[in-house]
Design a protein around this ligand. Structure first.
Ligand code: NZQ
Ligand code: ZN
Length: 385
């Protein structure tokens, strides 16, 4: 196992009615900015519950954070927060709203041009407002990590930053608030969480038994409960397991002390920036093809994955790896996510464009071994066509 420092400061309030816990979390004198998306929280009762929990606290509202939250939109929230001397940011919505809140919280006290926070991946951050969240779409893990991904449509970029100051102080996870999710969004969430596990698990062995067994458990739960929860959107127990699995997929625990890949995410973010494809769907396109192209370097873990996750225990290593990759593709498809670029009306020529964008950003060696060069990225995407 590699050395690691593990710390997760986010207090989780999980279960029915837990939005009321916000009252215990926020100081009574605080000046709060509530950040939200296009209105789903008004339709599903989350907004009313939040208002009730906040009581008489001073509240400002900013609605309209879009899916793949946009820098220009968020900068309007930053202006509002500075003008009104906001001292807490409360996010209510999916990963995009939570990520948006993390950016606003970091940008408000930032002295320079806030886009630098993204360009430097958070390296220069010295302070941030505290944030709390009410998560209504499981998948990204944003409710209990220090990462945020922000898009800037005017320059066709999508960049991430990671910083300990971006962890939410608290997050409310009430599975009932997710019952109103359209099928497309809950399937995206299951697929995104599953891919987060793969990015930290399917690399090379370092004898990290706890991380491996935890990762396999999270995948088993997503495979068992994910599709059922998509088909039965108001089944509390199934949804609760999906919500909690998604948190564990990216709260840092399974990734501590192990090599991590994240190439599918980096390539996927380019596909969203260029073509507007939903985040999870870009992963469903990239991952099966990446696993195939990297099959020699990932051999030991691919065989372990085949055996322990998909119970494929017969045949040569190569046959088992083929079967495991096919199971992975079939899992995405069973959730309703198509796995080829052409399914999204995107041609194979995007392969060279994505490769040159990564090159321009200096991302010349990605993946757990730093061996995914722009040329390999191009091959992965050509195979995904
Ligand atoms: O805008 P509203 O009206 O709220 O509607 C949203 C949005 O249209 C809707 N929705 C959310 N909760 C709902 C609901 N509709 C009905 N009922 C509910 N309970 O769902 C739509 C999509 O929401 P969004 O937040 O965009 O989806 P998701 O949670 O999948 O977030 C995607 C973003 O997260 C980033 C992605 O890149 C993308 O920008 N990621 C963030 C990560 C992190 N912070 O660690 C890691 C991930 O890998 C990912 O990159
Ligand atoms: Zn993701």
């Amino acid at each position: 196992m590699e050395n690691f420092t593990y710390f997760n400061p986010t207090r989780i309030h999980f279960g029915r009615g837990q939005i009321a816990a916000i009252d215990r979390e926020l100081p009574s004198q605080s000046r709060i900015l509530l950040l939200a998306g296009g209105g789903s929280i008004r339709a599903n009762g989350v907004y009313d519950q939040v208002r009730k929990a906040l009581g008489n606290r001073t509240l400002f509202e900013f609605f309209g954070v879009e899916a793949n939250p946009d820098y220009d939109t968020l900068m309007k929230a930053v202006e509002l927060a500075r003008r009104e001397r906001i001292d807490w940011v409360l996010a209510a919505g999916g990963g995009s709203v939570l990520d948006g809140a993390k950016f606003v919280a970091a940008a408000v006290p930032y002295a320079g041009e806030p886009w630098e926070i993204l360009e430097t991946r958070g390296a220069k951050l010295q302070s941030a407002l505290p944030i709390g969240t009410v998560l209504t779409l499981p998948g990204t893990g944003s409710e209990a990590n220090g990462a945020a991904v922000i898009s800037r449509r005017s320059v066709r970029q999508k960049l991430a930053f990671i910083h300990p100051l971006a962890f939410p102080r608290f997050s409310v996870l009430d599975p009932e608030t997710t019952f109103t999710l359209p099928e497309r969004q809950i399937s995206n969430g299951v697929a995104d969480a599953f891919t987060h596990v793969i990015e930290q698990y399917l690399t090379y062995p370092v004898h990290a038994a706890i991380q491996d067994r935890f990762a396999e458990s999270v995948m088993h739960v997503l495979i068992d409960e994910g599709p059922r929860s998509v088909r039965n959107p108001t089944d509390y127990d199934k949804r609760a397991n999906v919500v909690w699995a998604a948190t564990w997929a990216l709260n840092g625990a399974i990734g501590a002390g192990v090599p991590q890949d994240w190439a599918s995410h980096m390539i996927g973010h380019e596909l969203t920036a260029l073509h507007g494809i939903d985040h999870a769907r870009t992963l469903a396109v990239v991952l099966p093809s990446l696993l195939d192209i990297q099959r020699t370097k990932k051999r030991a873990k691919l065989v372990q994955y085949a055996e322990r996750v998909w119970e494929i225990d017969k045949g040569s290593d190569s046959t088992r790896i083929d079967a495991a990759i096919e199971k992975t593709r079939a899992f995405y498809e069973s959730l309703g996510l198509r796995t080829r670029l052409k399914d999204y009306s995107v041609g194979a020529d995007t392969a060279s464009e994505v490769a040159s964008r990564l090159k321009a950003r200096g991302l010349l060696k990605i993946g757990e071994r730093g061996d995914i060069t722009p040329e390999v990225v191009e091959r992965i995407l050509r195979q995904a066509a």
